[in-house]
Write a protein of this length. Sequence first.
Length: 109
Amino acid sequence: MDKVAIRVSGDPSFFEEVTTEAARLDRSPSWLLVYCVGTTLPKLASSIVVAAPKDSGESMKRKMWTFFVPRDLVEHCGRLAARLGMTSDDVLAYAWHAGKGSVRAMPSS
């Protein structure tokens, strides 16, 4: 599986949640994001329009983070984002918000 590094821009709380859950599960933040995207993309792909997570505007401080994910997942995510009129960052944030309930239900390592 060919992996690539992607830079994701988002709310600092997004990265805090991902790293906290990844540490609890003894997994990498990249693994956790790939899990959420993999379980959410099929549902998202069947959507016609999806509301992106709310952006609080200029008051929100954006942070950059690097994740290592399979190349085909990045390509699929990019095509889907373009079709839905979202950014790839919005698709990743949506995937996290949609999948975090199942992540939190996973037993700790």
